[in-house]
Structures are given as structure tokens and as C-alpha cells.
Design a protein around this ligand. Structure first.
Ligand SMILES: Nc1ncnc2c1ncn2[C@@H]1O[C@H](COP(=O)(O)OP(=O)(O)O)[C@@H](O)[C@H]1O
Ligand SMILES: [Mg+2]
Length: 597
């Protein structure tokens, strides 16, 4: 039922209630008035009758009472009174002791004994409206009004018999009139309510049409003319709706922009990306899905997670498990692909159950290809980083050789043939040059890695054991703190040990007067980290870019090869190396390696 219909109905019901109540009260009052009226009249007629009887008795005291009352004139008078009164059906003079009728409007009743009726006065004065109504409706019900007649020596009383049924006609008439007024009031109420609600609801109808327009995508509905100028509630509402429409349009543009961008992004993505909603139905999928599922993107529609990845398959089982527990999956290798599952939170700080799932499938081969390209670029950058010191290292022996060739030539031109010392130096420098070149070539030559899966704590433990004797001798305390239980790395064991040992040697050299050597290992997401810290002299910030260069050293007998080699080895393992240092306090080197999948 519409609000308008409901409102009309309520108003009509209210009107009915009011009209009936007023009519009932009115009717009750009228009934009471009628009864009062009847009583008054009955009392006055009875009084008339009484004085007529007295007069008759006084006039002829010799006659026996029955005779005196049997006079036709008196009977006539009685009948006239009763006829005039309306509701008085019978007027009689009775002997109260014997109940014998001495005079009656009905001459046949004289000399008979008559039953007594209920008293009329209490009915008028005390009875409730319901009893009165019953008295009206009862066709055989009679009441009486009886008063003793003071006419000594006789004991007589005058009785008026009243038929309330005769009042009913009057009441009915007034009821009809009342009913007409009530009906008129009701019809008026219905019409008034209908007109009122129509007027009152018209603005609502306009607003509803406005909202319908907004909902059907017509975002800027006009503000209707009647709402424009005023500042009433309706015009405020109308302009709010129009504002809402504008906002919605803005939001929709943003969303479609965003969607378009994401779409383009995902089209070009190597990975297949699926977004499922809370009910595990597909809401988004990237273009590359065909490569993985052999199905077109459009064919998937809003298929369920179970339909796309049946849990009878290893992949489906993993996804279903992740969806159920809400736990993320990272680059897990299943059925030839790398799988990641993430819970999507609906908003920052939203509850854990989130609003859906992001499933990513990645082709490891494509991944490796990209990895190899990146590696090549990395390697070239690394070589240039390492080779910064090589030119210097080549120039030194060349200069020395040039110098001694000049010296030898001068000697020979003066006839001095003792150039053996110069030849000695030159050949030594050639050897040195040869060594430099060989080392450099070693660095740039591709290395065949002998990869094995090694538990990280075990690797670090072995390095600690190797470092211990030398550390003891140099009064260096070793501490190890490992938080990498169960993590494994795929490495060339000997090469990587060498890489870390180079750092350890530097650390010990930085603490000639003893100190502390800290070993730590940890795992974060898919990366393992090995940290080696010392409490030595530290590395000045201006040397930050130089220390990894080949041949760069600050030590008298240093070779400058250690860190360059370490850098190269870590890089061969797809890892990274970095350090933090505080001059005077110490240095910590970090090696990060990918965790074996
Ligand atoms: N733990 C360290 N504390 C201070 N300086 C360091 C540390 N590690 C490396 N260095 C600096 O880096 C330079 C290069 O180190 P490296 O390549 O091993 O060559 P070398 O040890 O032969 O000098 C060192 O000469 C030193 O100045
Ligand atoms: Mg070194």
C-alpha cells in the first residue's frame, strides 16, 4: 500500500472513530433527555389525574367509592389525559392493599386485579444507557409510576403505566438525523484527506521521479520549478538529490577510469590475475588467463572459484585452503606454475574476513627469462662498478716499465751495457701486469655454479666455525643469533662461504685490538639475510662507492680483491649486498639471497 493510501485510510478511520463517538454521546444525551421528558410529563399528568379523582370524591361523599369513580366524565377525562401524553399507555386508580383496579382508561379492566410493573423513576434516574436502550427495544416491557392519593378516609393510589417503546420512535428519528450528519462528516473527511494527501505528496512524487532519473544513470536531474525559489524542505531536498546525482557521476567516472587503467595494466601482464568476491565468484580476470587455463577471459563470466580451480586438483586445493583459512600463499610452485593467493581487505583496518581474494598465476619460465635479462644488466653494471680501479692498476706497471725502458735506452746510448737491473724490474712489472689482467679476466669470465640446497643456519654455522680460531687469536668475541630455522637457499656452497669469509676477514682486520664479531641470519617473506657485524673503525661515508671496486684498498698490504669478489659471488646467486657503518663504532654487512622454492 502506498504511503498516500495508508495516510488516507488512517485519517478516515480517525474520522469514523470521532463521528461514532460524538454520535454515541449525542444519542445517549438525547435518550436521557427523552426519558427525563417522559418522566416529567408522566408526573404532571398523574397529578392532573389525582386532582380530578379528588374532586370527584369530594363532590359526592355519600356515594360508595366504586360508584363515585365510575362516573363517565371522569373516565373520559382520564382517557384524554392518557391520549395527550403520548407515552402513558394506561392511567388507573388502584387500591394499594388489594391491587384491585377502581378506575382505568381501559374500562374493561375495572374491578380486576393487575400485576405491578417495574418502577419508571429509577430507570430514568439511575439506570445506565444500556438498560435504557434495552427498555426501548423491548416491545412488551412496561413501567409504572405510582403515587398514593391523599383522600382520607380512603387509601388509593394513581398509577401511570408507561410504554418506553413509544419513545423509541422519537429516538429513531433523531438517530437517523444523527446518522446523516455523521455520514456527511465521513464523506467530507475522506475527500479532505484525499485532497490534502495529494497536495502533500506531490513534492514526494517529484522527488521520487528525480531519484529514479539518478538511478537510471541520468545524473543531473533538473530541480523542478516549484522547488527552485523557496527555501522550504522540499526545495532543499530537491537540490540535495541533484547534488547527489553530480557526486555519483563523478564517482562513476573515477571508477570507470580506474577500471580502464587496471584493465589495460592487466592486459599486458605476464601473470594471470583473478579477483574473487566474498562469495568466491569471479569479479575480475586479466587478459593473460588464456595462457594458463586455455579459456578466453569472456568465457569465464562470473564463474565460481570451485569451477575455475576444482579442488580435486593440487592448485584448486591450495587456493581453497587459502580462501578458507585466510592465509596468504606466496610464489608456491604447483603444477608447473607459481601460485600466490592474497586476501583483499575491503578498507584499511577492515576485519580479517576481508572482501575477497586475489589469485595470481605466474609462469616460472617467463619469470626466469626476465630474471636472466635483469641479471645481464646487473652484471654489466657490476662489472663497471668493479672495474673502476683496474685502469689504475694497469697504468702503474706500465708507467714503471716505460720509465725503466727509458733508463735502459739512455744507458745503452752512453755505451753502458749493464741494463740487467732495468730488465729485472721490467719483467717483474710485466708479471704484475699479467696478474692484474688475469684476475680481472677471472672476474668477468662466466662462472659455472655448483648449486645445492643448503639450510641457512647450517651455512652460517660453518662460517662461524671457520672464523673462530683466528678470532680467538685476535681476542675477538664471536656471537651468533640465528632466526632462520627451516629456511633453505640454493647456492654454490664453497663460493658463498668464500664470499662471507672475505667480509669476516675484513671485519677482523678492522678490529686489531679485539672486539665483537656478530653473525645473524633471518628470513623475511621470500628473502634470506645474513648479517656480519664488527665493532671496528667503520667505513667513512666518502668510501661507500669505492670499497667494492677491484683493487681498491686502504691497507698497506691489501689487495682490494676481497669485497669485489664477494660482490661478484653474491650477484651470481641473484642476491644483493650492502652495509651500514658508523665510523668509530663499527660496520655491518648484509647479504640477501632468495629463498629456495
Ligand atoms: N669491516 C670493515 N671495516 C672497515 N673498513 C672496511 C671493512 N670492510 C672493508 N673495509 C674497507 O674496504 C676496503 C676494501 O676491502 P677489500 O676489498 O676486502 O680489500 P682489502 O681487504 O684487501 O683492503 C678495505 O681496504 C677497507 O678500507
Ligand atoms: Mg679484504
Amino acid at each position: 500500500m502506498t504511503l498516500q493510501a495508508r495516510l488516507t485510510l488512517y485519517f478516515v478511520l480517525l474520522a469514523v472513530l470521532m463521528v461514532t463517538t460524538i454520535s454515541a454521546i449525542n444519542l445517549g444525551n438525547e435518550m436521557q433527555a427523552k426519558f427525563d421528558d417522559t418522566l416529567t410529563r408522566a408526573v404532571s399528568f398523574r397529578r392532573l389525574a389525582m386532582s380530578a379523582v379528588k374532586e370527584a370524591l369530594d363532590r359526592d361523599r355519600t356515594l360508595p367509592i366504586q360508584e363515585a369513580l365510575r362516573r363517565p366524565a371522569l373516565v373520559d377525562y382520564f382517557q384524554n389525559i392518557a391520549f395527550d401524553s403520548g407515552e402513558i399507555e394506561e392511567l388507573a386508580v388502584v387500591d394499594p392493599d388489594t391491587n384491585l383496579i377502581l378506575l382505568d382508561t381501559d374500562p374493561g379492566a375495572v374491578g380486576q386485579e393487575r400485576e405491578k410493573f417495574a418502577d419508571f423513576e429509577p430507570l430514568v434516574k439511575q439506570a445506565g444507557w444500556y438498560q435504557k436502550l434495552r427498555a426501548l427495544r423491548n416491545p412488551t416491557g412496561r413501567y409504572q409510576l405510582e403515587t398514593p392519593l391523599e383522600a382520607p378516609p380512603f387509601r388509593l393510589s394513581v398509577r401511570a403505566v408507561i410504554n418506553p417503546g413509544l419513545i423509541e420512535d422519537d429516538i429513531l428519528r433523531s438517530l437517523k438525523q444523527n446518522g446523516k450528519v455523521a455520514l456527511g462528516a465521513l464523506v467530507g473527511a475522506v475527500i479532505a484527506t484525499f485532497l490534502f494527501s495529494t497536495v502533500a505528496f506531490r513534492p514526494l512524487g517529484v522527488l521520487r521521479r528525480q531519484l529514479d532519473l539518478v538511478m537510471s544513470g541520468h545524473f543531473e536531474p533538473e530541480i523542478p520549478a516549484e522547488g527552485k525559489p523557496g527555501s522550504n524542505e522540499f526545495s532543499i531536498m530537491a537540490s540535495k538529490v541533484s547534488l547527489l546525482g553530480q557526486r555519483l557521476r563523478g564517482a562513476q567516472f573515477e571508477v570507470s577510469d580506474l577500471r580502464g587503467n587496471i584493465d589495460r595494466l592487466l592486459q599486458d601482464l605476464e601473470d594471470a590475475v583473478f579477483i574473487f568476491n566474498r562469495e568466491h565468484r569471479l569479479v575480475f580476470v586479466s587478459g593473460s588467463v588464456k595462457k594458463f587455463l586455455g579459456k578466453e577471459r569472456a568465457d569465464l563470466g562470473d564463474a565460481g572459484m570451485e569451477d575455475i580451480f576444482p579442488s580435486s586438483t593440487a592448485l584448486g586445493l591450495l587456493i581453497a585452503h587459502a580462501a578458507e583459512t585466510g592465509g596468504a600463499v606466496r610464489n608456491r610452485r604447483v603444477a608447473g606454475v607459481l601460485l600466490s593467493v592474497d586476501l583483499l581487505a575491503n578498507a584499511p583496518g577492515a576485519p580479517r574476513d576481508g572482501s575477497g581474494f586475489l589469485v595470481r598465476l605466474r609462469d616460472p619460465e617467463a619469470q626466469r627469462k626476465i630474471g636472466r635479462e635483469l641479471q645481464t644488466a646487473d652484471r654489466m653494471a657490476a662489472i663497471s662498478r668493479i672495474s673502476g680501479g683496474v685502469a689504475h692498476e694497469v697504468k702503474n706497471p706500465l708507467n714503471a716499465m716505460l720509465l725503466h725502458v727509458e733508463v735502459a735506452r739512455a744507458k745503452l746510448s752512453h755505451g753502458d751495457t749493464d741494463v740487467a737491473p732495468q730488465m729485472e724490474i721490467i719483467s717483474r712489472e710485466i708479471l704484475r701486469l699479467d696478474r692484474v689482467v688475469k684476475t680481472f679476466l677471472d672476474f668477468t669470465r662466466p662462472v659455472e655454479l655448483n648449486l645445492t640446497q643448503v639450510p641457512l643456519p647450517e651455512l652460517v654455522g660453518e662460517i662461524v666455525d671457520l672464523a673462530r680460531p683466528q678470532a680467538d687469536a685476535a681476542r675477538i668475541r664471536i656471537s651468533a643469533h640465528q632466526e632462520s630455522e627451516g629456511a633453505e637457499v640454493r647456492i654454490d656452497r664453497d663460493l658463498l662461504k668464500q664470499a662471507v669469509l672475505n667480509i669476516v676477514v675484513n671485519a677482523m682486520q678492522a678490529m686489531p685490538d679485539g672486539g665483537e664479531l656478530r653473525f645473524e641470519s633471518s628470513v623475511r617473506e621470500d628473502t634470506a639475510e645474513i648479517r656480519v657485524g664488527d665493532t671496528g673503525a667503520g667505513i667513512p661515508p666518502e668510501l661507500r662507492d669505492k670499497i667494492f671496486r677491484l683493487y681498491y684498498t686502504t691497507k698497506k698490504d691489501g689487495s682490494g680483491i676481497g669485497l669485489a669478489m664477494t660482490f661478484r659471488i653474491v650477484q651470481l646467486h641473484d642476491g644483493t649486498i650492502d652495509f651500514t657503518s658508523e665510523p668509530g663504532k663499527g660496520t655491518t654487512f648484509f647479504i640477501r639471497l632468495p629463498i629456495a622454492v
